[in-house]
Structure formats: structure tokens, C-alpha cells
Design a protein around this ligand. Structure first.
Ligand code: SF4
Length: 364
């Protein structure tokens, strides 16, 4: 089985069909290829602001998304998933690595080229309250990108705005209103309409439902799923909870402390996780069956600092399966079964059922 150091997977660059880039989608050539992406933030101290270290928020992430696929990117707060999404769109500048959109390198584009490229790559932000300009009407906000990209102005723009509002389940009349007149779910629909206005191919959905009530979350996820199918969109769907991405993702990548630790087709990852961290995330999802409980695995200790990640396997201080080798040797991200990648020395022994026993037998 192929293997590679986490963060520089083979197949992330090159033809679909090799490495984790290939996935299980039959959609063909990757629309997006991310290879060895890093984003380090300098830690500065003292009067002269000397750089004394680096926060390695994203430390070598590689994956590819075929056209029309939804890739879920999941992990705890601070694991680097949002930074990954923003670095791909160059809303923050990556420190290293490559991002290719339709085979074209994004990281080296000049300002004008980047602006043109942004028409094809859009983002839906997490917070529908702060991501909308309170001084603009909904119509102006959705119409603004149309003018910037020279797509439509005047009556044509108004017609397009009305169309978009209908598409996201709002009324064309809402174009005259201001964001404060809407509920959280409606504001997120406006955010989606704005992202769709320029006709993008790729949408980075950055925790698009985590600021919403549970009852509204499902509505927005269903809307995003319907739009993805109707408009043949490709999503990078960022979430901190595996239950959120379960029904929308074709594949899921799990991040821990700046690196991908598991990547697989959605169904395989939920049925047969191959990394102890994924097992612990899955254990937090309630089972929708009365009387049936899943054993909750509460991770020991806090998430280590990304400025000083642990030696060997980054997860070893909190892992219920950790052995002596884990602190010494960094596990390679390897394909443990077709299309299923894990960065664990003992991936073949990981099982949901065995998690409780392994944890109980581990010396504390
Ligand atoms: Fe746990 Fe070791 Fe696997 Fe890391 S390599 S996840 S510490 S068993």
C-alpha cells in the first residue's frame, strides 16, 4: 500500500486515481489540488518584535477534490481546518505548498489574476451575523460581486439577485431589506446567495451551520446539498463535528494539530474508522436509537500547542492506543485499504468496538 509522510501525500498532485486525491468519486480530474500546504504564524516577542517561534496552524496538508465532490474537513477547534480553507482561497497567504485550481497554481497569482480566479472559488462564512455588511441592503450585497466581476449591472443585476434569493429559499422582495431584519438562518441563506452570485465552481463552506440553532442547521445543510446537486458545485465543507458532515460529504478528511490524520470515503470512515482520533470524534455523536448508547471516549488532556507539537505522532499524549513507538516515530499517512488513508502506526488494529478495552488497559 502506498504511504507518505503526513502532509505530502502522493497523488495530491497528478492524475486522479492515485493517492488520497483520487477518492471514490467518479467525477474525474481534480478541480482543486492542495499539496504540502503550510501556514505558520510567527510568534514575536520583545521591544524589537523578534520572532521567537512559529505557530504551525497548518503544517503540510495535501488532498484533492474532484469536480462535483463534497469533501468534509473535520477536527476540533484550533486544528487548522479553517486556516486551511482560507489559505486555499488566499484570504490569508500560505507559508508554503501548492494550491492548484483546474491545474493552475493559485499561490503565485498576482492581484488582478487572483481577483479573476475568485469568481470561481467562493466562501460561505461561519458567522451569518458578522459576515454581512449591516449598512447595505441585501440586494446591494448580493449585487456587489456581480458589478466587481463585470457580470451584470442595473436591471440585469436586479433580476439576477431576485433569482438568487428565490434559489436560496427567500423572497425577491427581501432584496430591499437590511441584514438585521433577518433571522440567523435567513442571514446564512443570504451569505449563500452572495457566494453563488458570481457562478463559482468551488465553495469553501467554513463551518456554515455552527453558529445556528440545531433546528435550523439541517435546513441550511439540505439547502447546500440541493444547490450542490443542482448547480454541480464542488465543496470543501469545514466543520468541527463529524455528525454535521455525515450526510453531505462524499469523502471526509480528519485534521489534528495541523495535519490530516485520516481521509476516506464518508461511508467507510463512519463504519470503520482507522485512526483513534476519528474513533473518539465518532463516539461523541449521539446514537439516534432509544435505549442504545455509544461509549463516549473523552480525550485526555488539552490539545497541545501548535507552536510545539509533540514528537512522533502528534496525537500520542491523548491516544488510548499509544505505545512506545508512537512518541518516537511520526506515522506516515498510508493507504490501509483502497481509498482509505490513515496516519497511525496501528491503523489495522483500530476499531470502534476495541476502543473501550484499549483505553481501559492503558496505564494512566
Ligand atoms: Fe495513537 Fe500511536 Fe496511532 Fe498515534 S500512531 S494514533 S499515538 S496508536
Amino acid at each position: 500500500m502506498p504511504e507518505t509522510r503526513a502532509g505530502s501525500m502522493p497523488g495530491a498532485s497528478g492524475a486522479a486515481g492515485a493517492g488520497p486525491a483520487a477518492g471514490t468519486s467518479a467525477a474525474g480530474e481534480p478541480l482543486l489540488e492542495v499539496s504540502g500546504l503550510k501556514k505558520h504564524f510567527p510568534i514575536k516577542r520583545g521591544f524589537l518584535s523578534r520572532v521567537v517561534g512559529q505557530v504551525k496552524a497548518v503544517d503540510g496538508v495535501s488532498f484533492a477534490i474532484p469536480r462535483g465532490e463534497v469533501l468534509g474537513l473535520v477536527g476540533e477547534s484550533g486544528c487548522g481546518k479553517t486556516t486551511t480553507g482560507r489559505a486555499i482561497l488566499r484570504l490569508i497567504e500560505p507559508t508554503a505548498g501548492s494550491v492548484k485550481f483546474e491545474g493552475r497554481e493559485v499561490t503565485t497569482l498576482g492581484r488582478r489574476e487572483l481577483r479573476a480566479m475568485r469568481r470561481h472559488m467562493q466562501i460561505v462564512f461561519q458567522d451569518p451575523y458578522s459576515s454581512l455588511n449591516p449598512r447595505l441592503t441585501v440586494g446591494s450585497m448580493i449585487g456587489e460581486p456581480l458589478a466587481i466581476h463585470g457580470i451584470a449591472r442595473g436591471a440585469a443585476a436586479r433580476e439576477r439577485v431576485a433569482q438568487l434569493l428565490t434559489q436560496v429559499g427567500l423572497s425577491p422582495d427581501h432584496a430591499r431589506r437590511y441584514p438585521h431584519e433577518f433571522s440567523g438562518g435567513q442571514r446564512q441563506r443570504i451569505g449563500v446567495a452572495r457566494a453563488l452570485s458570481v457562478g463559482p465552481q468551488l465553495i469553501v463552506a467554513d463551518e456554515p451551520v455552527s453558529a445556528l440553532d440545531v433546528s435550523i442547521q439541517a435546513q441550511i445543510i439540505n439547502l447546500l446539498r440541493d444547490l450542490q446537486r443542482t448547480l454541480h458545485l464542488t465543496y470543501l465543507f469545514v466543520a468541527h463535528d463529524l455528525s454535521v458532515v455525515e450526510h453531505i460529504s462524499d469523502r471526509v478528511a480528519v485534521m489534528y494539530l495541523g495535519v490530516i490524520v485520516e481521509l476516506a470515503a464518508s461511508e467507510a470512515l463512519y463504519r470503520e474508522p482507522r485512526h483513534p482520533y476519528t474513533v473518539s470524534l465518532l463516539s461523541a455523536i449521539p446514537v439516534p436509537e432509544p435505549g442504545r448508547k455509544r461509549e463516549r471516549i473523552v480525550l485526555q488532556g488539552d490539545v497541545p500547542s501548535p507552536a510545539k507539537p509533540p514528537s512522533g505522532c502528534r496525537f500520542h499524549p491523548r491516544c488510548y492506543m499509544a505505545q512506545e513507538r508512537c512518541a518516537r516515530e511520526e506515522p506516515l499517512l498510508r493507504e490501509v485499504s483502497p481509498g482509505h488513508w490513515s496516519a497511525c502506526h496501528f491503523a489495522e488494529q483500530v476499531s470502534v468496538a476495541g476502543a473501550g478495552a484499549a483505553r481501559a488497559s492503558r496505564p494512566t
